[in-house]
Design a protein around this ligand. Structure first.
Ligand SMILES: Cc1cc2nc3c(=O)[nH]c(=O)nc-3n(C[C@H](O)[C@H](O)[C@H](O)COP(=O)(O)O)c2cc1C
Length: 212
């Protein structure tokens, strides 16, 4: 078996990938070819997981009725979130686009099994949340792999997870971790949309975040 070597040029490009991965909320409507989506999901499953439990479950949401119900739920939750902001902050919040649910050609719900038999419980005794974290690792792997092939991903968390599980008719024991919009970005961006819209800025490098 030959172990791959990662060249300097590759490492530089990998840095670019990390820097250019974006949360995308503006999509063009061209569908992503099915083999590309399949590859991305297979790559996501290469993520590390507690006890090798691989607790992630993916649900493709193609049904127009289900998508409409998700959009409705987002609109309700977003209106509630807006009501929690006051004054100028509310105005700024109202101007944000916090989901690409209308335009994204693909919707993907990512769920996590909280107590999978796979992995035989290893590593979860004192930290049961590790199944959720494993699923987040798979999402991040999917996100980076998607960026590498020009596919954009937008994470929507302004939804009621229990309601969404009902809409999707999934096993109620599963935990909804993410609802992802997937498709080709309308335009590339080198900085987070929240930064471009003046909501928040990336923190400067802070050495005090690393305790020695
Ligand atoms: C757990 C999680 C939940 C998120 N939920 C939302 C969301 O509901 N709506 C949204 O527009 N962006 C959401 N985002 C995207 C973040 O706003 C985005 O990652 C952050 O602003 C940095 O931008 P970047 O991903 O383009 O670097 C979420 C990201 C994460 C990791």
């Amino acid at each position: 078996m030959s172990v791959p070597e990662f060249s300097h040029a590759f490492r530089e490009q990998l840095q670019d990938l990390f820097r250019w991965r974006r949360d995308v909320r503006h999509f063009n409507r061209d569908p992503v070819p099915e083999p590309v989506l399949d590859d991305l999901l297979r790559t996501a499953c290469l993520a590390p997981s507690v006890g090798l439990s691989e607790p992630w479950r993916f649900v493709r949401v193609d049904d127009p009725g289900r998508r409409a119900a998700v959009r409705e739920d987002f609109a309700r939750c977003n209106a509630r979130a807006l009501a929690d902001h006051m004054g100028a902050d509310a105005l700024n919040y109202a101007r944000l686009k916090l989901a690409g649910l209308d335009d994204a050609p693909h919707h993907l719900a990512v769920l996590s099994h909280p107590d999978p038999t796979q992995g035989r419980g290893l590593g979860r005794g004192t930290m049961p949340q590790t199944t959720t974290w494993s699923t987040v690792m798979a999402i991040h792997t999917f996100w980076l792999a998607a960026t590498a092939v020009g596919v954009g991903v937008g994470w929507v968390s302004i939804i009621d997870p229990e309601r969404i599980k009902t809409v999707l008719d999934v096993d109620p024991a599963l935990e909804l971790v993410a609802y992802l919009c997937v498709g080709y970005p309308a335009q590339p961006a080198s900085t987070p949309e929240l930064e471009r819209r003046g909501w928040e800025r990336r923190a400067p490098e802070r050495r005090e975040w690393i305790q020695r």
